[in-house]
Design a protein around this ligand. Structure first.
Ligand code: ACO
Length: 322
């Protein structure tokens, strides 16, 4: 049996820091409201001439370096993103060219904030079925580009960034299981209701923005991200004490705390970056994961549960043995 193992992680954050105090100058808000309701103190914002593929490239190079492989050993590239550089070619194609690789498949995966889990699932299946031996999986976003910076209900929540992992075929797991879900009937609760085929004028006018019904999203996120912990544990015959680390999507500290409480996972086993990153959508899980690997919290042999939740709704998880 062939499994996939994570052999390297990486991430990248743009230089520009946007604090809550900065936001007080843009909209009618304040540090107390933002921090107490969301747990966010600051987020990073891409420079005007910095695009999703630029962030993806920096994160990918860090992951490749930590894996100790050569670029040309990669035979699959997946980029999870909601904020692609171009309509086409895909950001994964652009990234492949930057990395000097030609030939193997490269494509984007769109599942908004759960996108990295969806991409991990696809890469895992490529490796398990023998279609790939070494996959680069990236979550990268410039979400700041689809935010209305005059809307205080959304602009305080999001940030930009990228995270990446390298997966390699191995006789030992690795990724123990992945779990994906969608329910499109909630499409209007969290969305950018325009695209190339619909209301394209809003894109041309620069008014293609994220809209969200925060309370409903909050309730759903807690339920879905708690239930998927149980689903993942049951699939592996594990119990909550077997989890060394939970790396949840970083949308709101109150969501993260509620999920931890419902799932019975103590706060000291939960990786949190929301205070410094905000919600970076598909980049949030690999960014948090890389941070905890690099600072030595996540170690070889640990069981790590990664989980994401996003617009659609979409949600997913992966149980990983390091
Ligand atoms: N500053 C000050 N006041 C604000 C702000 C702000 N930035 N935003 C909203 N308010 C006001 C509202 O206008 C409202 O005022 P009113 O009572 O006079 O009408 C009041 O604060 C309460 O607003 P609520 O929306 O009810 O506040 P809530 O406690 O629900 O917090 C929040 C809002 C933080 C958005 C919360 O609902 C949440 O986190 N929801 C989930 C968001 C999320 O997870 N999104 C992403 C998930 S998926 C993905 O990542 C794409």
């Amino acid at each position: 049996m062939t499994y996939s193992r994570i052999i390297g992680t990486g991430s990248y954050l743009p230089e520009k820091v946007l604090t809550n105090a900065d936001l007080e100058k843009l909209v009618d808000t304040n540090e107390d409201w933002i921090y107490s309701r969301t747990g966010i103190r600051q987020r990073r914002i891409a420079a005007d001439d910095e695009f999703t593929c630029d962030l993806a490239e920096r994160a990918a190079l860090n992951a490749i370096a930590s894996a100790g492989i050569l670029n040309n050993q990669i035979d699959l590239i997946l980029v999870a993103t909601t904020t692609a550089d171009q309509v086409f070619p895909s950001t994964a194609c652009l990234l492949q060219h930057r990395l000097g690789i030609a030939g193997p498949p490269a494509f984007d995966v769109q599942a908004v904030c759960a996108g990295f889990l969806f991409a991990m699932d696809v890469a895992d299946k490529f490796i398990k079925t023998g279609s790939a031996k070494c996959a680069l999986v990236v979550g990268a976003e410039t979400f700041s580009r689809i935010i209305d910076w005059s809307d205080r209900r959304t602009c305080v929540l999001f940030g930009d960034g990228a995270g990446a992992v390298v997966l390699k075929a191995d006789n030992e797991p690795g990724i123990l299981s992945t779990h994906l879900h969608c329910d499109g009937k909630y499409k209007n609760l969290l969305c950018v209701p325009v695209g190339v085929s619909k209301n394209f004028n809003q894109i041309k006018a620069g008014t293609a923005f994220t809209t969200m019904q925060g309370r409903e999203v909050f309730r759903w996120a807690v339920t879905a991200m708690s239930d998927i912990v149980d689903e993942t544990l049951n699939a592996n015959g594990m119990n909550r004490d077997d989890i060394d680390w939970l790396v949840p999507h970083q949308a709101n500290i109150r969501i993260i705390n509620a999920v931890g409480k419902r799932a019975g996972i103590p706060p000291e086993k939960v990786v949190v970056t929301i205070d410094r990153h905000g919600n970076t959508s598909a980049a949030s899980v690999p960014l948090a994961f890389d941070e905890a690997v690099r600072d030595g919290r996540i170690q070889s042999g640990h069981h790590v549960l990664l989980e994401g939740f996003g617009g659609g709704f979409t949600w997913g998880s992966a149980m990983v043995k390091m």
